[in-house]
Design a protein around this ligand. Structure first.
Ligand code: 5GP
Length: 187
């Protein structure tokens, strides 16, 4: 396999597909800082639990909480919906449960990307019966034109077109999560 450089590429050729830059590392980091500041203000005096959705959200969650000035805890769900495909299977499978008790806690669900909204809806339905004090959603990316479920995303990094993206946690058949920028599949 060809070696990839984790820094910025003008274009990234993967097999017969070409990906071009959509959001560079600087742009992502600046926005993550802003979101962290907003969350710090909104949760002043509280101790939120950040619940990351694996695998894609691991980098965003790590960078986000480095910018949150509050006592906080971290836990993870692991879901599977895409497999190695570029479109969602339309079914969500829970691969890892939470380990923390969310009863009475302020929960912030952290997603890499909201596409149809199915994963977020699935998670909200898992958490709600456990009676958290509050529940909000932070997603680095949202594809507004793909949303099919009625979900509210409280903290949005960027709204993007309904195209396939990779990098900064987002995979292509499990690879390329380590790219520092986000790339979009070019037509
Ligand atoms: P949803 O359940 O909202 O339809 O899809 C959310 C999940 O699908 C994300 O957590 C992510 O794993 C995957 N996903 C959605 N769009 C993309 C994309 O453009 N690229 C990649 N790599 N994964 C995506």
């Amino acid at each position: 396999m060809a070696e990839i450089n984790i820094a910025v590429h003008d274009r990234l050729v993967i097999g017969t597909e070409v990906f071009v830059p959509l959001l560079t590392e600087d742009v992502i980091q600046k926005r993550v800082k802003e979101l962290g500041k907003q969350i710090s203000e909104d949760y002043a005096g509280k101790a939120p639990v950040f619940i990351g959705v694996l695998n894609g959200a691991f980098l965003f969650l790590a960078d986000l909480i480095k910018n949150v000035n509050a006592d906080c805890e971290v836990d993870f769900f692991k879901l599977s919906s895409y497999g190695d495909e570029k479109i969602s299977s339309g079914k969500v499978k829970l691969l890892k449960e939470l380990n923390c008790d969310v009863n009475g806690r302020d929960i912030i669900i952290v997603e890499d990307i909201v596409d149809s909204g199915l994963s977020i809806k699935f998670i909200e339905e898992l958490i709600s019966p456990q009676n958290p004090a509050s529940m909000r959603v932070a997603s680095l990316l949202v594809k507004p034109n793909s949303l099919r479920y009625n979900v509210k995303i409280d903290y949005i990094g960027f709204e993007i077109p309904s195209k396939y993206v990779i990098g900064y946690g987002l995979d292509n058949a499990q690879k390329y999560r380590n790219l520092r920028s986000i790339y979009v599949l070019s037509e």
